[in-house]
Structure formats: C-alpha cells, structure tokens
Ligand binder design. Structure first.
Ligand code: 5RP
Length: 226
C-alpha cells in the first residue's frame, strides 16, 4: 500500500478537527492549505454551528461560500476553540506561523480562544523552532532596522514579495522572513522581539501555543497534548 501524500494527510487532520467543534458555538478559523481542508469538512456540520471568526480574507471567502456566518472578533466573547495550521510545531506545542501572511489576525483569534487545536502533517513537527524562516509582520518604516536587529542574532532576513513588490498583509503592513535562527526558548524570544518598535507580530506562537496537535502521519492521525 502506498504512503499517504501530504495533501491526504492535510485532509485527514482537517476532518479529525471536527471532533473539537461543539454545536451552537462560534469557532475560530485559521488560514492555509490545511485549514482549507478543515473548512471543507466543516460544510457537513455548518447548520450546527453559529458561525466563525476568520483570520484572513481567504478563509472568510471560503467560509462564506459554504454559507457559514463570519463574525467580527469584537461581536463575540471567548471562543471555545481555534483551529489552525502551523509552519512548525515542537514537542511542547510552541509554533512558528505566518507562512500564509495571516499571523497577526491568527494570534489575535488564538488569544481569544480557550483551546488551540493545531492541525498539521508530520513534516511540521520539529525538535527546535527555526528550520522554517520566521515570518515577522512589520511596519514598513522600521523594516531595515528590524532586519539589522535579527542580523545581530544570526538571522538573515528577506522582505516577502508579491509580484516583485513587498507583499501587503490584510493588515496593510509588510512581512520579513528570517532564516538561520535557532529558537531554543520560544517564550523569551517572543517576549523580546514583540517589544521591538515596528514589530506588529512575530510568528513565534509561544504565549498562544497549541494545547492539542492533530498530526497527520502515515500511521493515521496522532493526537499530541501539551
Ligand atoms: C498562515 C499560517 C498557516 O497556518 C501556516 O503557514 C501553515 O500553512 P499550511 O497549512 O498551508 O501548510 O500560519 O499564516
């Protein structure tokens, strides 16, 4: 029997996440190709939930196309669950996120949720964060200074481009991707970089870490709890 493809693993974890969707609730929905599989699966229970708080224009469009109400974060109180993917997750539930440029809204919705369920295929599981270039959303005026600050830590940064121009986030800002970091203390790292003037959001999710990871593997979906 052949091994499941990465897309099949994403579909498996997207479906498995339905287990955490309680009836009559508003849920938080992340962004990315794994979450797109979750949104597809959500169609089967869409009449049982009240709606969703979305983290990007792309997820909003997909949810609305299925007839799921998308609510403003300020219209609702605490969310029972937030379902999102990750670019990396370690064995403590700390993550790097932002490969889809939605990190700021993702961190806001994660902070508003009781439970963060990360859905990921097994290629995302790492010992130490830093293999994936770290996304950081920045105010454009501060870009070069922030790049120099990362350089002093051993990181090499690139401004993320879209059709040759700096990508503009849903938030109207830019993203730099920082390669070459070894993030051995994610909480201290997030606390430190978040305070640099001009940093909107750093893609380390340590204070908003996952409590559960549904990991798609060749042996099936494994549930990791942190
Ligand atoms: C978007 C994210 C995504 O969760 C992350 O990039 C993973 O995406 P994918 O499921 O496509 O691999 O943080 O900002």
């Amino acid at each position: 029997m052949s091994l499941p493809s990465q897309d099949q693993l994403k579909t498996m974890v997207g479906k498995a996440a339905l287990h955490y969707v309680a009836p009559h609730e508003v849920i938080g929905v992340g962004t990315g190709s794994t979450v797109n599989q979750f949104i597809e699966a959500l169609a089967s229970v869409k009449d049982k939930i009240k709606g969703a708080v979305s983290t990007s224009s792309e997820s909003t469009a997909r949810l609305q196309a299925l007839g799921i109400a998308v609510m403003d974060a300020n219209e609702v109180n605490e969310l029972s669950v937030y379902i999102d993917g990750a670019d990396e997750i370690d064995h403590q539930g700390f993550m790097v996120k932002g490969g889809g440029a939605a990190l700021t809204y993702e961190k806001i919705v994660a902070a508003q949720s009781r439970l963060f369920v990360c859905i990921a295929d097994e290629s995302k599981l790492v010992q130490t964060l830093g293999r994936f270039p770290l996304p950081v959303e920045v105010i454009p005026m501060a870009t070069q200074r922030i790049i120099r600050q990362f350089q002093a830590m051993g990181g090499t940064s690139q401004v993320r481009l879209n059709k040759g121009m700096p990508l503009i986030t849903d938030n109207g800002q830019h993203i730099i991707d920082v390669a070459g970091l070894q993030i051995t203390n994610p909480m201290a790292f997030e606390t430190c970089v978040s305070q640099w003037p001009g940093v909107v959001t750093v893609g380390v999710f340590a204070w908003q870490k996952a409590q559960v990871c549904l990991l798609g593997t060749a042996e099936g979906v494994k549930t990791l709890r942190f």
